[in-house]
Design a protein around this ligand. Structure first.
Ligand SMILES: [Zn+2]
Length: 314
């Protein structure tokens, strides 16, 4: 009798323990699905296994929703908070293989008051991008990084840090080669897909936003827009340019003046999308950034990150 009771108690304890484990597991999965992407994933066999120490520090101090992961049918993307990045857990080839849609639905843009989107193209590098991330963190603001596949491959740890610190990541082609990119929508999209695969290999998610290198004007024909939509991408150019990539070697004060002047124009009153660069050679952009953020805050802007719901700049 005693032995049997003991065994029953033991079984009961073991069942309780298994139930607790199951509940903890469900809670953990729900937390990941709901709050999204506080830290880079660690489960893929190649790449992305280690988060940098700075990334984990930030994940610990940051709060709020990390990001939103698109539903299988993209039905959860009509959002109203312009500060939360949005990603897809599947690559396009995974969506095709699973029979899931790849087409981005029509979305209503954010109707927020006065939002500025700081965007940094052509990175990540291992010097200017981390310096920019430090400044953004010090100022408590978020930004959008349009990365190339080539740079993501070279600096996966910096890409992980961008992600872990809740900035948005967009696709900016594999190697920024206009001649290859703009021969046809298919050529453009196959480079974007290649870059998605690289980003997905590092983070476990792919961007739903992209920026055409050099902008769409003079590059896109009418055929590009429907092709992008069919592949679940939304493109954003900019309406404020720091001109930090101008050929005459401008300096930090020029970028500050450009942004200060252009954000007073009516086109930027509702949504100012600012073009800057964070790659090699852009030390002057790093130098200008604290003053740029100070001016934008003084003008009453809040800081958003680009998502498929971000209003078009024009
Ligand atoms: Zn670029």
């Amino acid at each position: 009798m005693n032995m049997a009771r003991k065994r029953n108690e033991a079984d009961g304890k073991s069942r309780g323990y298994r139930l607790c484990l199951l509940l903890a597991g469900i809670l953990l999965v729900s937390a990941v699905l709901l709050s999204g992407c506080g830290a880079p994933k660690a489960a893929e066999p190649d790449g992305g296994a280690e988060s940098s120490s700075s990334a984990s520090e930030t994940a610990a101090v940051d709060d709020g929703d990390a990001c939103v992961i698109a539903a299988d049918d993209f039905s959860n993307l009509q959002l109203s908070d312009p500060t939360v990045p949005v990603y897809d857990r599947y690559t396009l080839s995974e969506r095709r293989a699973k029979g899931l849609t790849t087409v981005m639905p029509d979305l209503t843009p954010y109707k927020e008051g006065k939002v500025v989107y700081l965007t940094f193209d052509d990175g990540p590098d291992d010097k200017n991008t981390p310096a920019i991330l430090d400044i953004l963190k010090e100022n408590g603001v978020h930004a959008t990084f349009y990365v190339t596949g080539q740079h993501a491959e070279l600096h996966p740890d910096v890409l992980q840090r961008i992600y872990a610190e809740h900035h948005a990541i967009g696709n900016h082609s594999y190697d920024h080669d206009y001649k290859k990119l703009y021969t046809s929508p298919d050529a453009f999209l196959s480079e974007m897909e290649r870059t998605d695969e690289i980003i997905h290999g590092i983070l476990g998610v792919r961007p739903l936003i992209l920026r055409a290198p050099g902008g769409v004007i003079g590059h896109f024909t009418k055929a590009y827009e429907p092709a992008l939509k069919a592949s679940g991408y939304v493109e954003h150019d900019w309406n404020v340019s720091s001109a930090d990539a101008a050929p005459n070697h401008p300096v930090a004060q020029d970028f500050i003046d450009n942004i200060d002047g252009q954000t007073d124009q009516p086109v930027a009153a509702h949504a100012a999308i600012i073009l800057m660069h964070c790659s090699e050679g852009h030390e002057e952009t790093v130098k200008a950034l604290p003053e740029i953020i100070r001016i934008l805050k003084a003008k009453g802007y809040t800081f958003g990150v680009v998502t498929p719901m971000t209003p078009q700049p024009w």
